[in-house]
Design a binder for this molecule. Structure first.
Ligand SMILES: [Zn+2]
Length: 276
């Protein structure tokens, strides 16, 4: 967009400069001069129209959609993973995984004592998980959001349904009023299938082993994103308590987020390996 504005400014500048030059008496033959001016004006007009067309139909700046975004490759800035490292570790061909970073936009989720916002941590871990899965598997991946944007709960589950998700993971961080609780929880809906419980078990084990946080277990919850997806393997993960000062400090570290993403990925791989 900036390039296009520059081009338009250059063309306008040229119009202003060329016009008086063309009107001087450099050209003895008046007819030749008029013909040259006409040609130049015609060429400039075409150029301006082409450039304006480029601005109007700029693919990079589509109007916002009410549907949740489903970016294909939103590499996180802090990702240690590079495309040259691509090495498949699990056969997830044909599997669809929807990663759902909880909250976003005007909804910060839980806010830790140091002003740490849950929505930011959720997104960081989700993007890291996306990167790992993209490099290590051939699963089809989707994110309900890849930026700090508000997405309704219905839109999140609609995306999972629309993309025929095999796995839907809603990533969250927890909080309690007193600030004493700490540890990791994985939520399933009470109508969830055996396979969803199995996935929850693999991910919960992997997360607690990797982060070394307290294992608060697999719990039954009635959150909308898992309630509306009982026919999928839908889980809601609470990676730790932001209301607990020492845990919040750890959760905010890049290395902890990377460990969490790696642990979730390993849980997914183990789950699919047992499903064969
Ligand atoms: Zn949350």
């Amino acid at each position: 967009m900036k390039n296009k504005i520059c081009w338009i400014l250059i063309v306008m500048f040229l119009c202003i400069v060329i016009s008086p030059i063309a009107n001087t008496t450099v050209y003895a033959d008046n007819q030749d001069r008029q013909a040259l001016i006409s040609s130049a004006k015609y060429a400039l007009a075409l150029f301006v129209i082409a450039k304006l067309g480029g601005v109007i139909f700029d693919d990079d700046e589509q109007s916002p959609s009410s549907q949740p975004s489903a970016p294909q490759a939103p590499s996180s800035p802090s990702s240690p993973y590079q495309s040259r490292d691509r090495q498949l570790t699990g056969n997830l061909a044909g599997k669809v995984i929807v990663i759902d970073p909880g909250h976003g936009g005007y909804d910060p989720g839980a806010v830790g004592s140091a002003g740490i916002k849950e929505k930011d941590l959720n997104l960081d871990v989700a993007l890291m998980l996306y990167d790992i899965l993209q490099l290590r598997t051939d699963a089809k991946l989707f994110l309900t959001r890849s930026t700090d944007k508000f997405i309704t709960l219905s839109n999140r589950t609609q995306l999972a349904r629309h993309k025929k998700a095999d796995v839907f993971l809603s990533i969250h961080h927890n909080s309690d009023v007193i600030g004493e609780k700490h540890g990791i929880e994985t939520y399933v809906h009470h109508n969830a299938s055996q396979s969803t419980w199995a996935l929850a078990d693999h991910i919960q084990r992997s997360l607690t082993a990797s982060l070394g946080f307290v294992d608060r277990g697999i719990l039954v919850g009635n959150f909308q994103v898992i309630r509306q997806l009982t026919d999928r393997n839908a889980l809601l993960l609470e990676l730790g308590y932001l209301s607990n000062q020492s845990e919040a400090k750890l959760l905010n570290k890049t290395v902890t987020k990377q460990k969490a993403a790696q642990a979730i990925y390993e849980g997914i791989i183990r789950y699919f390996n047992t499903q064969k």
